[in-house]
Each structure stands twice: as C-alpha cells, then as structure tokens.
Design a protein around this ligand. Sequence first.
Ligand code: PLP
Length: 389
Amino acid sequence: MSKTTNIIHSIPVDPLTGSISVPIYQTATFVQEAPGVNKGFDYARSNNPTRAVLEHMVAQLEGGTAAFAFATGLAAIDAVLKTLQSGDEIVAVEDIYGGAFRLFTHVYQKFGIKIHYVDTTEAENVLDYINNNTKLIWIESPTNPTLKITDIETVSKIAHAQHALVVVDNTFPSPIAQQPFALGADIVIHSGTKYLGGHSDLVAGLVVVNSEKLAADIKFIQNASGGILGPQDCWLLIRGIETLELRVERQCKTALQIAEYLTQCDEVDQVYYPGLASHKNHAIAKLQQQGLYGGVISFTLKEDTEAAAIKFVTSTQYFKLAESLGGVKSLCCHPAQMTHKSIPREKRLASGIQDSLIRLSCGIEGSEDLINDLKQAFKQCATTTLLTI
Ligand SMILES: Cc1ncc(COP(=O)(O)O)c(C=O)c1O
C-alpha cells in the first residue's frame, strides 16, 4: 500500500456523525457516568480524542508502538530527557540543533546529566565516549545546518551492546525519507513545526517509541509535566500530514536540482547536500533515506563574510528570510546571525558553520522559479560588489 493511502485511511471517520474531517474536541474535561466510569477520556491534559488520532497516525507513520504530541519540538525533547536520572550520560551528535544544545547544557547539566558531543559521522567515534552510565545516544541525521549524516544502524548496534537507547531526531528527513526504528533506533523525535505540519502555521513536537515500557514512561511524563499539544494544533497537524508524502517528494526533488545548480555557481564555495555524490556520507544517506535526501541545502560563498551572506539572503524574493524550514513556502536563513547567533564564533566555525553559510529550505514552488530567484540574487550581489569597488 502506498504511504499516502495508508496515511489518509489511518484517519478514522467520526463514528458519531460521519464527519470525514477529524472533529476538534475543544474541551477541558469529559462528563463521567460515575467516578472512573467514562468513555476513555477524563481530562484533556491526560488525553483528548483529536490528539489521540494524531498520535496514532504518527506512531503508524514511523512504525512505532505509540506516539505522544507536545506543544513544541523542544517540549518533546524535554520529555525524553526527563526519563534520565542524575549521573546518567548522553552521547550527542556534535552539531546538534542549537535549541537542544541549550536545553542539554544550560538546563539538564545542572541536574547532574553529563553530555558528550561527538562527531558521529564516523560511527566508531561513539565507542570513545560510551560507558556504563550512558543512557542515550542522541542523533540528528541529516544535521542542521551542515547536513552531516550518521549511520544509524551501526550506531544502534554500538549503543545496544552497551544497553543505551538510541534517539533519532527525524525532523529533517521526515518519516517519508527515513524510518529510524527499522534501522535500530528506540525513540524518534519530531519538531512537527517543520515537515509534518508543512505549512509554517503551527509549532508542535512528537515523541515516538517502539516499546510498551517506553510508551508508559513517556505517557507518564506527558501527563505529569503537561506540555501537551492543544486540539486545534493537533487538527492542523493531522491535515498537514495528509499531504506529507506529496510535499516531501517534491521538496527533495527540487532540493537536489538546486544543490546541483549551486555546485555550478562561480560565487559558491561549498554546497552541503547529502544527495550530492561529493557528500562525505552520500552512500549511507542513499541507503538510509531511500534516495530522498531532504528539502534543506546549505552553501557557503567564496566571499566568506557575514556581509556577503546577508546581502544574498536579503536579495531573494521567493526564498523568504525566516527561521524554520519544511513548509510549502521556501525559506532562507543566515545561521551565523540567526539560528546559531548565541554560539561563540570559534565554536560555530569549528562545527562547520562559516560566516557566509546560507541555509535554504525548499518549498513546493516550481524548481525553475526558485533557481531563477537564486540567479537574480547572485546578480544583485554582484552589482553591489561592483558599485562598492
Ligand atoms: C532538528 C530540530 N529538532 C528540534 C527542533 C525544535 O523544534 P521546535 O522549534 O518545534 O521546538 C528544531 C527546530 O528548529 C530542529 O531543527
């Protein structure tokens, strides 16, 4: 069965009314016949029928046993960290998403959680940091914004030999391109804000697990800490996911065309995209992302300055200058001055985020139109350079 058929028909028709669209249960509580005698719902933090449909859908999409919806991607990450205890250790991908780095380092470190940041593009590097206290190996593949790839299957084997769990933040590839559970992962995270939602109109997060024990642990934390996703946003996310496969396939196709175009541009120095044969781990990406390399591309300019990058990102018309990614409208961003501004320059440079690095998130516009937009932006930059000489 095609993924889209499966997605669309995993959404139940409302048994009460026949509504083909999932009803938004905008309620705080549910009337009970007697204490504890109810229709499966008692209080909206603990459960909500709209949220239950979304959670079931995402669990199915990822091939997990259960999924849990949170207010944001970071709230989902936070829920997983709450399964740890003081003294536990995490081995995390070196260029982890900045918000996760901030949460790990500035919130959880003070509670006695130790984090080792490791270049996981060579899976064996994990062996140098894993020990009896290691509880989680935290992977993003591809990473944000330099699109580094980790071999999830090999890392999972290393982790399991040490009884550690593997968490994969699957935000960038989406479940259409990458199925971490099939590669050995134990927990999958999503910023639903990105590809799952797909329209840049909500923030949301998901934790997906592949065992009853983890499901019970995350369910407990979801209810105990309370960072749930509200029913309106659950509904928007359900609607977004209905077209996930169509959007992601088109975004990946466009991104590959744009990455190839960028490699031909005189103004461009490096192009980071796992779909290019020149990418360090292209062969692994090809296997574990089933030939769909994602809708995000990063590149640096030969004139490696923040000023040159800022001129470029303020010259595009279709690529709107904004944080976030994964939506139907193309976006561009300058990580040094936006998403990674809080990271000291030396540390940022060490993780490959150069001053001129520009990140593109391809939407669903025509690929020719997007390439023409980049061409005219390069032309504008060249004109400015000439005028200032
Ligand atoms: C890979 C990744 N994970 C998690 C998050 C956090 O998600 P949210 O912004 O929904 O909290 C982001 C946000 O950009 C991200 O890029």
